[in-house]
Design a protein around this ligand. Structure first.
Ligand SMILES: *[C@@H]1O[C@H](CO)[C@@H](O)[C@H](O)[C@H]1NC(C)=O
Ligand SMILES: *[C@@H]1O[C@H](CO)[C@@H](O)[C@H](O)[C@H]1NC(C)=O
Ligand SMILES: *[C@@H]1O[C@H](CO)[C@@H](O)[C@H](O)[C@H]1NC(C)=O
Ligand SMILES: *[C@@H]1O[C@H](CO)[C@@H](O)[C@H](O)[C@H]1NC(C)=O
Length: 425
């Protein structure tokens, strides 16, 4: 059984079973960070704030791209949104776009360019046209026959001159859904970046996630395609940005919201943004380190996925943070991230069961806690205790799966880490 991420395991289960098979134009994409990271921009984004000026996938080969695409396909993802900065920032952008399109074409996978307006500027039509020229290749993702192009911020960009020369379906990110009624930029639909609980911008509010933002995008897009964002987690700890969003059970809640709202498209945020801890890929061998290894190394967001897009075998995915939230770390140059007071100290378990069973979690030194869980996909939570985390599923008094979690929860730390450790059986 290969390693799969929790987000994608659930995507596979929930999405493919209930949704995509029925409506073939619909698709699930994952946001892929191609771009360089840089101090200079005040935007919320993985490549906009970080510590080293190096490329993220500067040295990716076509085979590296194919390996990521194979992993993504295996868990039900249809394509990547390629987050790119222009060549004046990243000299390797054209080469990596070419590599990605070649790999997609040879992998029966789809890609589209997502221009990162932390770097792009209005008026750069010639480079837009050159980048979008890849759209004639077989790897290009399409909507209604047009080549999809998207953005990170950049909602004021006028697509009309681009559309005059290329058959593009423009699905930019809109920072505020009301812009769908106000902008006259020839956009065809929109992406939202509100994948975490927030009142807007980067405000941190208690969970759980609601669809309050999605509902507005739906209303104001008035039938134009909506790319609904889905994310497993958010925590970051750079000196330029140091906060958490309250994610907890976000990933399971969010897929249920997707199934309820049935957007035209879904974008998973993200495939490989290690800096904000919302990656769902495994470690990428030729991916450079922006300083995020301090919290992403040894913290897989992977868990064994079931082999088919239905619950036809029993499985369990768990996730938890490495320390209780009030633990004082002893050797960090930064304070603890903002927002941690809103977190609960919990261990989360999603069971995927063919028939009801008993789930028992022993969290560190706390007494074992058993709950009865039904068939299907059920998420349960347990009070976090310091020590080894043990999981067991029993049915008719026989243990059917379980074992120890891959990371001990500790009451000491040197640097703050509010990322999640994900594993499964
Ligand atoms: C890419 O390879 C070049 C040449 O070997 C090297 O100088 C550069 O540091 C590498 N970039 C990254 C991001 O690893
Ligand atoms: C677009 O691609 C075609 C063929 O692939 C090429 O002939 C043309 O010069 C390209 N245009 C631009 C603007 O790069
Ligand atoms: C504290 O961290 C610094 C690097 O930030 C390291 O050089 C130093 O050895 C650490 N001290 C201890 C006691 O771990
Ligand atoms: C834990 O589960 C309970 C019962 O389903 C739920 O009310 C609560 O919100 C969950 N806690 C978290 C932090 O998600």
């Amino acid at each position: 059984m290969g390693l799969k991420s929790i987000a994608a395991a659930l995507a596979l289960l929930l999405w493919t079973r209930s949704f995509a098979f029925a409506q073939t134009q619909k698709a699930v994409y994952a946001h892929f960070m191609v771009c360089r990271i840089d101090w200079s921009s005040p935007m919320l984004h993985g490549c906009a704030y970080a510590s080293l000026k190096v490329g993220i996938v500067e040295n990716y080969t076509v085979d590296d791209w194919k390996a990521d695409m194979a992993d993504a396909k295996a868990i039900g993802i249809d394509g990547f949104a390629l987050n790119c900065a222009p060549p004046r920032v990243d000299s390797y952008t054209p080469k990596q776009l070419a590599n990605a399109y070649q790999a997609a074409g040879e992998s029966d996978f789809k890609v589209f360019v997502s221009f990162d307006f932390a770097y792009w500027q209005n008026g750069m039509y010639s480079f837009f046209v050159r980048s979008l020229n890849y759209s004639s290749l077989p790897g290009q993702a399409k909507w209604n026959g047009g080549a999809i192009a998207s953005t990170f911020v950049g909602e004021f960009f006028d697509w009309a001159p681009v559309k005059a020369v290329l058959p593009v379906t423009a699905l930019p990110m809109l920072e505020d859904p009301i812009q769908a009624t106000e902008l006259h930029t020839s956009f065809d639909g929109a992406l939202s970046w509100y994948a975490w609980p927030t009142d807007g911008g980067n405000s941190i509010i208690p969970g759980p996630m609601t669809t309050i933002w999605d509902d507005k995008y739906f209303e104001w897009l008035a039938g134009k395609p909506y790319i609904m964002p889905v994310s497993p987690w958010f925590s970051t700890h750079f000196n330029s940005k140091n906060w958490v969003f309250v994610c907890e059970q976000l990933i399971t809640d969010r897929w249920n919201q997707v199934l309820a709202l049935k957007p035209q498209l879904v974008e998973i945020l993200t495939w490989n943004d290690f800096g904000e801890s919302h990656y769902i890929s495994g470690p990428q061998p030729h991916h450079s380190d922006d300083g995020s290894s301090q919290w992403a190394a040894g913290m897989p967001h992977d868990a064994p996925a079931p082999p088919a897009p239905t619950v036809d075998a029993d499985g369990l995915v768990y996730w938890y943070r490495p320390t209780p939230k009030n633990t004082q770390c002893t050797n960090d140059t930064l304070p603890a991230p903002n927002g941690i007071n809103l977190l609960s100290d919990s261990v989360f378990v999603t069971t995927m069961l063919t028939s009801p069973a008993t789930l028992t979690v022993t969290s560190g030194s706390l007494a074992p806690v058993s709950v009865n869980v039904g068939a299907g996909i059920v998420t349960s939570n347990f009070t976090m205790g310091v020590g080894i985390q043990t999981f067991a599923v029993t049915r008719n008094d026989a243990k059917i799966l379980g074992g120890d979690g891959g990371l001990k929860i500790t009451s000491t730390c040197t640097t703050y880490n509010f990322n999640a450790y994900v594993g499964g059986f």
